[in-house]
Design a protein around this ligand. Structure first.
Ligand SMILES: *Cc1c(COP(=O)(O)O)cnc(C)c1O
Length: 465
């Protein structure tokens, strides 16, 4: 007599998903196993283990795209085997890369007499480092020409930035001058910047759509300040705009707001195409206003695999898929499609905001005017901050992933819950989310009551004594 398992082993035409899989053994974790397993078994082991992760569709924590069309998935599969840096072997991929850069330069309103250049990166972090490095070198060359010291470059940005700005400062040895937030203002204005500027300032960073509250730094005001300084002192200090999250929202939702290459001192912009460019992770872009904003000797002309190619990047090899998927979205959606999608997500974010206000428990930090993020704090200031963290935990029971955190320095007494509304977050999901949040709130109340009762029964000595 054979067991079922042996049957399957003997007869290769007969496979059972979980009989083949040797369910009674643990999988190798720390050392490469001596021998392999059937492809289907390997697939199933990993596929199943991934079910332990959160559900991307319910992940309101992240800005990063969690859904694309089936045709995009097909393209992704077809192009995962092409290394984007092999320009000699895959010249047409490079042609499309350049089209994507050109489209983005125009989307950011580069003046017609300018020649915007740039590169797709793995994300905004790499893009920001490349932008700031270019400005560091432009500053250095100018100082050397003037016969002045290049020992102490500095970069100015607000405490509302993403960690990658601090990474740049530390990794590339540039002093960071961080403009603190205020307890009631969570973005940076021009008057706050002025005192930090001197002749060693390589750039001022402005965020369009902060990670913390979704607001905009006052790019226009900073531009005016820098124009004035240029006229008075001759220091030509560039602005690098971090449009990681807002770069694809602004052009379609509030095109009249000037934050991009329409402003003279804005010399480089980064965005995360894998956020509201609506492409899977990892692709970002840095675009320079004009070729002259990127020092030539930072661009390597590499002789590689039989051809010569220009390269400005920190990373090298990766699949070409994500750049091609950005092009797919440009063709597929057009400006009209992007406008409609962005409008929908803004509407749904505002709808969710309304629901949370209605509940009576929360207060908005700001209206979601610039990014489809909903950031709330507790309305009743006498309640402990811990509640937002408990709610975040309880929401997990329903599958929702919602972060709770304190704001950056000087505003760090404010603790918030933040929801990012993405393309696949429907009106119905907004309703369900609001319902679940209310259930969690009630559950907290019940638990507190129970806890108090228990305390009282034990003579007020607490639970464990
Ligand atoms: C997400 C984000 C970043 C980092 O972008 P990655 O693409 O994840 O590297 C930087 N700045 C802001 C404002 C962001 O929202």
């Amino acid at each position: 007599m054979h067991s079922v398992k042996n049957n399957a082993e003997d007869n290769h035409d007969l496979h059972f998903a979980y009989a083949d899989r040797q369910m009674d053994m643990t999988v190798p974790k720390y050392e490469i196993p001596d021998s392999g397993v059937d492809a289907r078994v390997a697939y199933r082991i990993i596929h199943d283990e991934m079910q332990l992760d959160g559900n991307p569709a319910l992940n309101l924590a992240s800005f990063v795209t969690t859904w694309m069309e089936p045709e995009a998935n097909l393209l992704l599969q077809e192009t995962a085997n092409k290394n984007i840096v092999d320009q000699d072997e895959y010249p047409q991929t490079e042609v499309i890369h350049q089209r994507v850069i050109s489209m983005m330069g125009r989307m950011f309103n580069a003046p017609v007499d300018k020649d915007p250049v740039g590169t797709c990166t793995i994300g905004s972090s790499e893009a920001i480092m490349l932008g700031l490095l270019a400005h560091k070198w432009t500053w250095k060359e100018r100082r050397e020409k003037e016969g002045k010291s290049t020992a102490t470059p500095n970069v100015i940005f607000s405490a509302d930035v993403h960690t990658c700005w601090e990474k740049f400062a530390r990794y590339f040895d540039v002093e960071m001058r961080v403009v603190p937030l205020k307890e009631d203002q969570f973005y940076m204005t021009a008057d706050q910047v002025e005192e930090y500027i001197d002749e060693n300032t390589i750039a001022v960073g402005c965020v369009v759509g902060t990670t913390f509250t979704g607001q905009l730094d006052d790019v226009k005001g900073v531009n005016e300040l820098l124009l004035k300084i240029k006229a008075d002192k001759g220091w030509d200090i560039p602005i690098h705009v971090d449009g990681a999250s807002g770069g694809f929202v602004a052009p379609f939702v509030y095109p009249e707001v000037e934050w991009d290459f329409r402003l003279e001192q804005v010399r480089s912009i980064n965005t995360s195409n894998h956020k509201f460019g609506l492409v899977y992770p990892g692709v970002g872009t840095v675009v320079f206003r004009d070729r002259s904003d990127l020092p030539e000797h930072l661009v390597f002309n590499i002789t590689y695999l039989g051809g010569s190619m220009p390269n400005y990047s920190l990373n090298f090899s990766r699949a070409s898929s994500m750049v091609l998927l950005q092009y797919y979205n440009f063709l597929r959606l057009g400006k009209e499609g992007y406008r409609k999608i962005m409008q929908n997500i803004m509407d749904n974010a505002q709808y969710l905001e309304g629901k949370l206000i209605e509940s009576g428990h929360f207060e908005l930090l700001n209206e979601s005017k610039y990014l489809p993020t909903v950031t709330v704090r507790l309305k009743d200031r006498s309640l402990p901050n811990k509640i937002v963290y408990l709610l975040s935990d309880l929401l997990r029971q329903y599958g929702w992933i919602v972060p709770a955190y304190p704001l950056p320095p000087k505003a760090d007494t404010v603790h918030v819950l933040r929801m990012v509304v993405k393309e696949n977050f429907s009106r119905d999901m907004a309703e369900k989310f609001a319902e679940d949040l209310e259930t969690c709130w009630k559950q907290l109340g019940e638990e507190e009551k129970e806890f108090k009762n228990m305390e009282a029964n034990q003579g007020g000595k607490g639970l464990i004594c």
